[in-house]
Write a protein that binds this ligand. Structure first.
Ligand code: IPD
Ligand code: CA
Ligand code: CA
Length: 276
């Protein structure tokens, strides 16, 4: 496995940034002007002309700079060089439901896995003009200023965020019980609607922790790099090493990691939470 120099990672970070900014401009162009909003299969899983156009723009940037890399893009799937050690995980619009309702929590998320490990990430929210960037060993920034996680060390003093996957009506493993239980134990649990921004908000200390299931690599690759480089911790719910493809992750400021993991592993059934 080849180690990458900081200079090499910086080149990839600049490519990710170029792609995120270009896609962000497309999202702004379509804002409030969507003519048609389709469902992709499951109820509530939306796709719009903005998702598709933003993805085309990202693919053009990657084709120009790294035509021999692999790509996993939410709307057009796996493509490019499948043997490559590089895999770009792309979400052209993370927070489509928010975007479709003109609720301005949405982003472009561009992550790069090298040998399966998230190493570069750019997440851009064009509606708040916030650009989050990080690469392994190079630190994490928001609008070019260094960011770090919060110092909250008690779960009872923490503010958390989570989300609910589109299969939530089809499975009892839908995170509803976890949401209620953690709401009970903390200062609150937000559901902002963009997984990549959830990770960035923990990375910059606005929130103390995040967990979710049913996620895809394009939702989380960039945000994982942001959080780790900001001093946070990302694992599976049980604190074992994260498997990006498992879709399930626990991401915190590090301080509340063990206690949040412990609670996630002992969530009481939904019917009992109100009497805790
Ligand atoms: C969704 C968002 C949401 C999360 C869902 C994702 P999309 O991505 O990140 O916060 O809860 O699981 O699928 O569909 O808006 O790209
Ligand atoms: Ca997404
Ligand atoms: Ca998306």
């Amino acid at each position: 496995m080849k180690q990458h120099t900081p200079q090499q990672l910086q080149v990839f970070l600049d490519i990710a940034t170029e792609a995120a900014l270009a896609a962000g401009a497309i999202l702004q162009t379509y804002w409030g002007k969507l003519e048609q909003i389709e469902e992709k299969g499951r109820p509530g899983d939306l796709v719009t002309a903005a998702d598709k156009a933003a993805e085309v723009e990202i693919l053009k940037v990657l084709e120009r700079h790294v035509p021999d890399h692999g790509i996993l893009a939410e709307e057009s799937g796996e493509q490019g060089n499948k043997q490559s050690q590089y895999l770009w995980a792309i979400d052209p619009l993370d927070g489509t439901t928010n975007y479709a309702h003109q609720y301005p929590i949405a982003s472009v998320s561009i992550g790069l896995l090298i040998d399966g490990i998230p190493q570069v990430g750019a997440v851009y929210n064009p509606f708040r003009n916030e650009l989050f960037r990080a690469a392994k060993g190079l630190g994490a920034t928001c609008n070019r200023r260094p960011i770090t996680v919060s110092s909250t060390s008690e779960l009872s003093k923490s503010l958390l965020v989570t989300g609910f996957a589109y299969d939530r009506r089809e499975t009892s493993d839908n995170n509803y019980a976890e949401f209620c239980y953690l709401t009970h134990l903390t200062q609150g649990v937000r559901r902002a609607g963009s997984a990549s921004l959830d990770l960035c908000d923990v990375a910059c200390g606005r929130l103390d922790g995040y967990w979710e299931r049913g996620l895809s690599p394009w939702d989380i690759t960039a945000g994982i790099v942001l959080l780790e480089e900001a001093g946070g911790k990302v694992t599976a719910y049980d604190q074992s090493p994260l498997i990006v493809n498992s879709g399930r992750l626990l991401a915190t400021n590090g301080q509340i990691h063990a206690s949040l993991s412990k609670e996630l592993l002992q969530v009481p059934p939904l019917s009992t939470w109100a009497s805790l």
